[in-house]
Design a protein around this ligand. Sequence first.
Ligand SMILES: [Zn+2]
Length: 147
Amino acid sequence: MTEKATLAGQPGKREQLTKFACLDCRRVFKRPVAHTGKRNWPRPVEVRRCPSCRGDAYLMSSDFKAPPRDDLKRWEVVSYLVRSGMPYFRIYEPVPLAVVHGHPKARPKGVTAALREAGPYPETMAEAIAFAARYRSQAQPIVWSDD
Ligand SMILES: [Zn+2]
């Protein structure tokens, strides 16, 4: 395995360091990935080889904050969400314009739809199951990479 982290930040490489979380040994590390925009916005969930245990490590949103390694209950929730295609990317849902701007005359011209950030991400399994079901349409595909 070659260490490609040194490429990050060089002009023209279009790479940035992105978090990966190993769901087996519960460690987080960073690797360069092809530039695809904001790191907390949805994108396919790449799976890389964990440098520590060789297990599967999943691409995470930059918003993801890893629980302590020995907090198995919280890691179970993390695993469920990640394997559901929701590695803590920001999820937005439509809201009725009336909720945002009140009376139609109070709306800015040209505004036809509004979104709000869904969340926060759940911390219990029961909440995680409901969350994954509710936002299933925004789940991302999981893709295995050769690295
Ligand atoms: Zn690992």
